[in-house]
Design a binder for this molecule. Structure first.
Ligand SMILES: Nc1ncnc2c1ncn2[C@@H]1O[C@H](COP(=O)(O)OP(=O)(O)OP(=O)(O)O)[C@@H](O)[C@H]1O
Ligand SMILES: [Mg+2]
Length: 345
């Protein structure tokens, strides 16, 4: 996928439809939406009840006639109609009216690396349904690299790792394009799932989803205190009795539990490095890896990567919004024309 900066500069709005969060950037206004990709629907009437964080808060707390849906799965729009309704709800009436006033609305969207034609078409159709006459697609890896101001235009290697909710994408970039890349179907959701499964199997505890985060924080230590292994108190529900119960969880054991999904990510990084020309690998030894995406904030993940690869690892300044800000910078014309497409003339 090549990036056509001229066409991108003519776009009015940029959208990043992620498995976990939806972000919208409007030219001249900046990042206007950063909300969970969730919608709540009344199954009796078909009416949309809530979108974004309000809908997410309803998860697991709804009466039978309300269904909470996620129209984006694995980084791909799986329910185009629902994705359009969710986006309309998130953008809001005022902004929608503003966009409708544009005679030929142009939109840009980032798609996962090597998204298949069906996935690309789903992204395009979602935005066409919102009134876009033309939709430009940009590889998430390039958008994210621009968003965290990596010097992608130089004839030197830069390595980026986009840690999303459903996928992790790794690439080596040079001269404005992708040299080698891998998309691994493991992200923050798989890591959360591994933690939940560990507690269910080893402590017979059902963990509410909002309790995963404190446990992740405990993982950032080295797992040892002066008095022995580090433990954290976690509240949940007993699998058998259904009653509330709290347990002390050994954080080292949890760290082992999340190792399985992380192995797949490390394998992917290894493959990208193996496929990369030796000159570029030499550049990477001092440049290291730039981490972006919401899951880059997973405590201890950067250290784990440092230990596994022996390379410097940096977390971007605003890792969760790097991709949409990169797309936004291209819309605003802040990226030099010769940078991303040197042959475009
Ligand atoms: N502070 C944090 N600590 C740990 N994990 C976090 C933190 N903040 C967000 N996450 C995780 O990051 C993920 C969301 O990341 P992001 O917003 O990049 O996803 P996305 O773009 O919607 O997904 P994808 O790109 O895979 O479609 C979620 O799995 C969430 O649990
Ligand atoms: Mg994403």
């Amino acid at each position: 996928m090549t990036v056509n900066l001229d066409q991108l500069r003519r776009c009015h709005v940029a959208v990043d439809l992620g498995a976990a969060r939806t972000r919208v950037f409007v030219k001249g206004a900046g990042l206007v939406v950063d909300e969970p990709s969730v919608a709540a629907v009344n199954t009796r009437t078909g009416a949309l009840i809530a979108v974004g964080q309000f809908a997410e808060r309803m998860t697991g707390r709804t009466p039978p006639y309300i269904r909470v849906v996620r129209p984006v799965s694995g980084g791909t729009v799986v329910d185009i109609d629902m994705a359009q309704r969710m986006l309309r709800g998130l953008i809001g009436e005022k902004l929608r009216r503003n966009l409708r006033r544009k005679p030929r609305l142009r939109a840009a969207a980032c798609t996962p690396h090597e998204a298949d034609p069906l996935a690309q078409r789903a992204a395009v159709e979602t935005l066409v349904g919102l009134g876009a006459r033309r939709v430009e697609l940009v590889d998430t890896l390039i958008a994210a690299a621009v968003g965290c101001r990596l010097p992608v235009e130089l004839p030197e290697a830069t390595m980026i790792m986009v840690c999303g909710a459903a996928t992790t994408q790794v690439a080596v970039l040079s001269l404005g394009s992708i040299v080698t890349a891998e998309r691994i179907p493991v992200g923050g959701e798989a890591i959360d799932h591994a933690i939940v499964q560990h507690l269910r199997h080893h402590h017979e505890l059902v963990l509410p989803s909002q309790s995963v985060r404190p446990l992740q924080l405990a993982l950032s230590g080295n797992g040892l205190t002066p008095y022995g292994p580090q433990t954290t108190e976690i509240h949940g529900r007993d699998v058998a009795t259904g009653l509330a119960r709290s347990v002390y969880v050994d954080t080292a054991a949890v760290r082992d539990a999340i190792h399985t999904p992380l192995t797949a990510v490390l394998d992917g990084i290894g493959k990208v490095l193996r496929d990369c020309p030796p000159d570029l690998v030499a550049d990477l030894a001092d440049r290291g890896i730039m981490m972006v995406g919401g899951s880059a904030l997973l405590p201890g993940l950067d250290q784990m990567l440092r230990d596994a690869t022996g390379m410097p690892v940096t977390i971007a300044e605003r890792p969760d919004v790097s991709a949409i800000l990169g797309l936004g910078a291209m819309l605003e014309g802040q990226v030099q024309p010769l940078v991303l497409n040197p042959l475009a003339g």
